[in-house]
Design a protein around this ligand. Sequence first.
Ligand code: FMN
Length: 324
Amino acid sequence: MPDTITNKLGTEIMVGGIRFKSNVLMAPLAGYTCFPFRLMAERLGAGSAYTEMVSSDGLKYNDRATSKLLYTDDREKLKCVQLLGSIPAVFERAAKSERLEKFDVIDVNMGCPVPNVIKAGEGSALLEDLPRASKIIEACKRSGKVVSVKCRIGLNRQKIVIEEFARMCEQSGADMITVHGRTRDMMYDGEPLYEFIKKAKESVKIPVFANGGIDSKAKALEMMEKTGADGVMLARYGFENPLIFAELTGTQCNDTKYSLLMEQLEIAEECYDELYVLSYVKKLASYFMKKLPGTKQYKLALYRCGSIPELRTILGEIFTAPGE
Ligand SMILES: Cc1cc2nc3c(=O)[nH]c(=O)nc-3n(C[C@H](O)[C@H](O)[C@H](O)COP(=O)(O)O)c2cc1C
């Protein structure tokens, strides 16, 4: 295996027979990666963008909350859903269900570090239960869809499992793996441990994507170079600055933060109720201002705003002000 960069950032890649238009992906982010956001990420060059994690068991209920998470339509070219759970038969039922009929790719969450999730044997608990994880992948594969796995490198520095885990994923039929280069006990902080993503890449033939801490083109290139991964997956920074997808993939666009917000508002209004629209667009606008100095009063105005027309006015004031 060459230990220098093997793949260029922004190139297309085949995953289990499906063409991803670039090897720069948008991660699942609970509370954030709704349909309008995924559509925007895709337009700006992301090779795929995932729904936030959806309970595999919850699919059997026809509740409004799950329907919102699963909303998609033909504007989204590649449809990717992430499932959370612990029971292979439940995954199989979900993967074959009518509710997931439109989705091309099923990603299995094997990385979530939240205590309640682990207690239920879900998310990163599966890093400790390879036979079960394997059965889950096989169960999803029986749907005939492309199946990916998103995992961490291990539980802590003493329990790094990624090489064996990656091989298990491949042998069970997974078409791709995304490795978050942090251990479970690191949660979401600290420098990713690049060498273990590299080991995962060297252990399997299926595409391996690298995730964790990418917040600039330089970081994305560093990740590719240090891990030899087939591509990268952005999470928090992808939400903070979706224009990074255009930068990393060479996608032409004339968007500004303001135009993106107006587009998002319009699409969200078509798909969701006012409460949800307000909550989503406020979150996005706050993230867009995250690293800007002197935005406290704008954030307060956003927080207080109670209607869509008012939100439109406030966003205009904030994002078309001189200096924006
Ligand atoms: C608020 C939040 C929600 C997340 N939701 C999910 C999720 O639903 N599914 C998942 O696999 N990972 C989830 N993650 C993890 C991210 O996808 C990603 O692996 C992690 O944030 C590391 O990438 P980053 O350093 O680029 O943000 C979440 C992370 C955060 C901070």
